[in-house]
Design a protein around this ligand. Structure first.
Ligand SMILES: C[S@@+](CC[C@H](N)C(=O)[O-])C[C@H]1O[C@@H](n2cnc3c(N)ncnc32)[C@H](O)[C@@H]1O
Length: 413
């Protein structure tokens, strides 16, 4: 089978591309990345330096005409997590009015407008997406599933914690794959029992084996997207979406699964390098501040308006445990200022933060992928906080290609 053509949205510094290209089965034909918060487009600078400037668009995706995007087989992207509520549908049209700035609707617009629709979709987001917003648990994901079903895609999702499958970072993200109605995978999914698909036969199950924990729940999504958005799961404390599931033709089937993995585990100690640059070492004088921020607290705090309230939080491991996979990297990981969330490791040369290369290793990026003139170490850390664990994309990419290939071969027999 030929390589699949890929369109990479919200490309950042290219985590999806790295993972897919490792399989040798995918070819990125167009990518888009635009950082709204800064004038200089640092992530695009890195992307273009590594992969070339050809076919890379550095424009707000909301403003990119669909005609600029070449036809592709697979659309991928880790889009920002936002409020996906739907205000109203456009009269006499299938279009939707999503709020401006909400990037899901850019994906939706492209999928709606493209005459040759991508056959497959592959998206990533924070696992919180399955539960948001807090006032209407699961609504955002329901809107997303429903809008994809309306565009003729079936969806399969799973929350994957990379560390549970031998990768170096405890990064828990929801990955979801979409299959267009015209594909063999769609037809096979339609004919397979949901439990069997989720546990054995699905693309995700073949890449990341799981065991069942509890019974499968099934429910239908309301027919109309606006009323679904307004009324989904109102006043219920819990989201109906469990960590694994499928949704096809407005029918949701969801199941709690647990990781089935007996391989080795990568530890934080495994990714450390020798670091000599003094900027990463914690000065003696700052240690009390770090200890305070990392420590448990129970104190009375005051708001700006003078209102007093009780504040409490538990302690963080300090320094970080070297004999476990690392905690999640966040965007604020870089910079010298003491913080509750930055990683700090005790090494033979002292107490220090993680280097840019170590952060890249935690996401399984090539070393120095983000090293470039004009890109600070703080920016490099920011990129890794935004990115994903490349190994997860690689394994899912492999599984998807294998599945498509096998089904095509069956057709030829
Ligand atoms: C969660 S990150 C994805 C990172 C990527 N997967 C990687 O490996 O680096 C989301 C990306 O979307 C970009 N973004 C935010 N708003 C955008 C917009 N309006 N148009 C295009 N890209 C946007 C951000 O700059 C960020 O790089």
């Amino acid at each position: 089978m030929q390589k699949l053509k890929v369109c990479e949205l919200f490309a950042g510094v290219g985590g999806f591309r790295l993972g897919l290209e490792k399989t040798n089965n995918y070819d990125v034909v167009w990518s888009n990345q635009w950082e709204p918060a800064t004038k200089t487009q640092h992530a695009s600078m890195v992307y273009e330096a590594r992969f070339g400037p050809e076919n890379h668009s550095n424009t707000n995706l909301e403003e990119v005409p669909t005609s600029e995007i070449p036809d592709h087989d697979l659309m991928v992207g880790g889009f920002p997590c936002q409020d996906y509520s739907v205000a109203t549908t456009l009269k006499n049209s299938k279009g939707l009015i999503g709020k401006k700035g909400v990037l899901w609707w850019s994906i939706h617009r492209i999928l709606s407008e493209k005459e040759v629709k991508p056959k497959y979709l592959f998206f990533e987001n924070v696992d919180r997406l399955l539960k948001s917003p807090s006032t209407q648990r699961g609504r955002d994901f329901a809107v997303m599933l429903k809008s994809l079903n309306d565009l003729d895609y079936a969806v399969e999702w799973r929350v994957i914690n990379a560390a549970e499958y031998g990768m170096p970072q405890r990064r828990r993200r929801v990955f979801f794959l979409g299959y267009h109605k015209s594909t063999e995978i769609y037809k096979t999914l339609q004919e397979t029992s949901p439990t069997k698909w989720i546990l054995e036969q699905g693309t995700v199950a073949s890449a990341f084996p799981v065991k069942k924990q509890g019974a499968i729940t099934s429910f239908s999504l309301e027919k109309d997207l606006v009323s679904l958005s307004n009324s989904f799961n109102l006043e219920k404390a819990l989201s109906p979406f469990l960590n694994s599931g499928i949704c096809i033709e407005n029918e949701v089937h969801t199941l709690k699964t647990v990781t089935d993995y007996n391989g080795t585990h990568k530890l934080l100690s495994d990714i450390l390098e020798d670091v000599s640059a003094s900027e990463f070492y914690i000065p003696e004088a700052d240690i009390p501040k770090w200890e305070y921020l990392k420590g448990a607290k129970k104190e009375i705090r005051k708001t700006k308006t003078g209102f007093e309230y009780n504040y409490s939080e538990g302690s963080m491991v300090f320094p970080d445990a070297l004999d476990q996979p690392s905690r999640t990297i966040i965007t604020g990981e870089g910079g010298k200022s003491p913080s509750r969330f930055k990683h700090v490791v005790q090494t033979s040369t002292g107490l220090r933060r993680l280097s840019p290369v170590e952060l890249e290793r935690l996401n399984m990026f090539p070393e120095n992928h983000t090293k470039l003139d004009g890109i600070s170490n703080t920016k490099r850390a920011f990129f890794m906080g935004n990115a994903l664990v490349v190994g997860v994309v690689e394994q899912l990419g492999h599984a998807l290609f294998r599945k498509i290939d096998a089904l095509e071969k069956q057709l030829q027999i």
